[in-house]
Design a binder for this molecule. Structure first.
Ligand SMILES: C[S@@+](CC[C@H](N)C(=O)[O-])C[C@H]1O[C@@H](n2cnc3c(N)ncnc32)[C@H](O)[C@@H]1O
Length: 403
């Protein structure tokens, strides 16, 4: 293949990918589609075949010494959804936190010649890669800076949009400080075992309020804003409970899963593939002692834990009792029934109560709008926070309310 044939083939693959993103609803805005049609993704992943560069998939670029993924070129569908959440306009000044070049090039297309894009990454290798890709693709107007995103990039502030493309645990104070008056932050926020890309608008009172959210997955933030989940191992670590750092870690009684099991079925039916993230967030908000229970396949095989998703399931640990969300097949193989499994001193009571909460979610919230996230600076007095589900992070108070 000549270089010209190669470019033509890349163009065809790019057009197909864009059509696919439009067909599946990841792109609804023609401006975003236009950007996807022109930015040559293959220039940012030069070592993979063109078919891989234009697949709707993440391209892993770097792992740390223990094998954990720390840098990637994100999945096009996720980027498209976030760009739409951001609603980038011509002339905007945009900061991207977590670089690689491809998304910065899309941003550059969207802001046009009158706008400005700054992209920052904590990793010098990523910065080199981003610079090379942007030069090869012809986007020499993007400002590429090596910096810890926790502190933003004050030199080019204020920004109309701040797009974070790495999993964050909090909304850093610097992002709020560097956001223009009518600005918007789009950030993949990690909360109780799930990551949601949340678009946050500044309110007149100086807080932020979400306008949309979508499930997503990203590599974890490094540097000053790095967060972590704390694990409590059980049954020789075949089973674990995960807690966020703002939660109190509750130790389960030893060998609790070997105690008699009580199961209560809720009567709530869901499609086997239906994401239960909204239910999980609701349970996180409403159940004391909330955590995520994850199990190795060996634990499921041995019957210690009933079948649960590979990432884990909602659980509570309270009153020396471990209770978790479970499901069983129905006559329709596409549909499962949700229920609660419990072991421990108050198993009957807790299983009944969790099943009741599943019914409540089903009745009151399942088909409803997304919850709303309110973000207030950490020094906001408690009396000024809206009532709802509160999480305290280093820079902010996060409050979820359900419309
Ligand atoms: C998913 S990649 C970003 C993908 C990119 N936006 C693209 O165009 O494909 C996430 C990046 O965030 C970077 N990162 C992690 N912690 C960071 C931090 N504190 N500040 C800036 N970048 C960070 C990683 O080095 C990694 O390159």
């Amino acid at each position: 293949m000549t270089a010209a044939d190669n470019e033509r083939y890349a163009g065809t693959l790019r057009a197909t990918l864009t059509e696919q993103l439009v067909a599946q609803g990841s792109i609804t805005d023609e401006r975003v589609a236009a950007a996807f049609r022109v930015v040559p993704r293959h220039e940012f992943v030069p070592l993979v075949p063109l078919e891989v560069a234009y697949a709707d998939d993440v391209v892993l670029m770097k792992r740390d010494d223990s094998g954990v993924a720390i840098s990637s070129v994100s999945q096009p569908a996720v980027m498209a959804v976030m760009l739409e959440q951001a609603d980038i306009r011509s002339g905007h000044r945009v900061l991207e936190i977590g670089s690689g070049g491809y998304n910065a090039a899309l941003l550059s297309e969207l802001v046009g010649p009158g706008g400005e894009v700054t992209t920052i990454d904590i990793d010098a290798d990523v910065i080199d890669r981003a610079r090379q890709g942007l030069a090869a693709a012809g986007y020499d107007n993007v400002r590429v800076v090596q910096a810890d995103g926790e502190f933003g990039s004050p030199e080019s502030a204020p920004y109309d949009r701040i797009l974070v493309t790495v999993t964050a645990w909090d909304i850093a104070s610097a992002w709020m400080d560097q956001l223009a008056e009518h600005g918007r932050i789009v950030v993949p926020l990690r909360l109780r075992g799930q990551t949601r890309s949340i678009a946050l608008d500044r309110t007149t009172g100086g807080s932020l309020r979400s306008r949309s959210m979508a499930l997503c997955g990203f590599v974890c933030m490094q540097g000053a804003g790095a967060g972590c989940e704390r694990l409590v191992g059980m049954h020789q670590d075949q089973v674990s409970l995960r807690f966020d750092t703002d939660q109190e870690v509750v130790e389960p009684p030893e060998e609790v899963l070997k105690l008699p099991r009580v199961v209560v079925w809720s009567g709530v039916l869901v499609n086997r593939e239906e994401p239960l993230s909204d239910l999980n967030l609701w349970l996180a908000a409403s159940r004391p002692g909330y955590c995520i229970l994850a199990a190795q396949r060996s634990a499921v095989k041995k019957g210690l834990v009933s079948a649960i998703p590979s990432w884990g399931t909602s659980a509570t640990i309270a009153d020396d009792t471990l209770t978790y969300l479970t499901s069983r097949r129905t006559a329709d193989e596409e549909v499962v029934e949700l229920g609660a499994t419990s072991h421990g001193a108050a198993a009957a009571e807790h299983a009944e109560s969790l099943a009741g909460e599943i019914r409540r979610w089903n009745h009151d919230y399942r088909q409803g709008p997304d919850p709303v996230l309110h973000v207030h600076p950490a020094d906001t007095p408690a009396t000024r926070l809206p009532p709802g589900f509160h999480l305290t992070r280093p820079h902010t108070h996060l409050t979820f309310t359900w419309p």
